[in-house]
Structure formats: C-alpha cells, structure tokens
Design a protein around this ligand. Structure first.
Ligand SMILES: [Zn+2]
Length: 121
C-alpha cells in the first residue's frame, strides 16, 4: 500500500519519465497534497494545494501541478490507467471509497468513473 506522510495521498501513476536527480526511468507516482489530514474523512473541509509527481526511487518531486488543472491531471493519469486500476483494486472497500472521493475532489470525474466501473464486485 502506497502511503506518504505530510498530507500526501497517492492518486495514481502517470507518464514514464527520466528522473533528473537519480536518472532512472520511472513511472511517475502522482500524489495530492491536502492541508490537514485531520479532516480527511470530511472532504468538504479539506483544502487542496495541488498535486505532485514523485520519483519512487529517490523521492524527488518531478512536477508540481497547481490545483484546478483537472484536464491536465486527467491526461497524465490516463497514461498509466491500468497500473492505477490495479492499485485501486488492491484497496479495501473503505480505502477505495476515500480514494474515489479524492479523485472527485480533484474534479477527475471521468477518471473516477473509470476506476469505479472497473472495481465493481
Ligand atoms: Zn529519482
């Protein structure tokens, strides 16, 4: 299970890129940053700061995207949507509900629908 502290929550995999720090070819791991995890279960109280794509080898931030850029984020997530779907399938029902809530709070309606449709049962 992929988790990170400091208000970062994993939302999916993105493009395959070369990390400028460790020079490995890596699939981006995209996280959303929330300001206060204490209110994680009540989405309306959260404020989002944006998303970060992180190298899973050295944890360098590859790209930070401001919030409100759902179209661009959606395009990145589609590059590795099968990998993200496998991640979603590995979650418990409750974890997946929170995950889908995260996607919707980023206004990724099509992508959250894609995940939801393929995770039934
Ligand atoms: Zn790296």
């Amino acid at each position: 299970m992929l988790t990170m502290s400091n208000g970062l929550r994993f939302i999916g995999y993105g493009a395959t890129v070369t990390c400028p720090n460790c020079h490995n070819r890596v699939v981006e791991q995209i996280f959303v940053r929330f300001d206060d995890m204490g209110f994680a279960f009540i989405p309306v109280w959260r404020s989002r700061f944006g998303t970060e794509s992180i190298c899973h080898i050295c944890h360098t931030v590859l790209e930070a995207t401001p919030s409100g850029n759902a179209h661009r984020l959606d395009a990145r997530l589609r590059m590795a949507s099968e990998a993200t779907l496998q991640y979603a399938k590995s979650l418990t029902w409750l974890q997946r509900r929170t995950y889908l809530s995260d996607l919707r709070s980023l206004e990724l309606r099509d992508f959250s629908a894609f995940i939801e449709t393929h995770c039934t049962g």
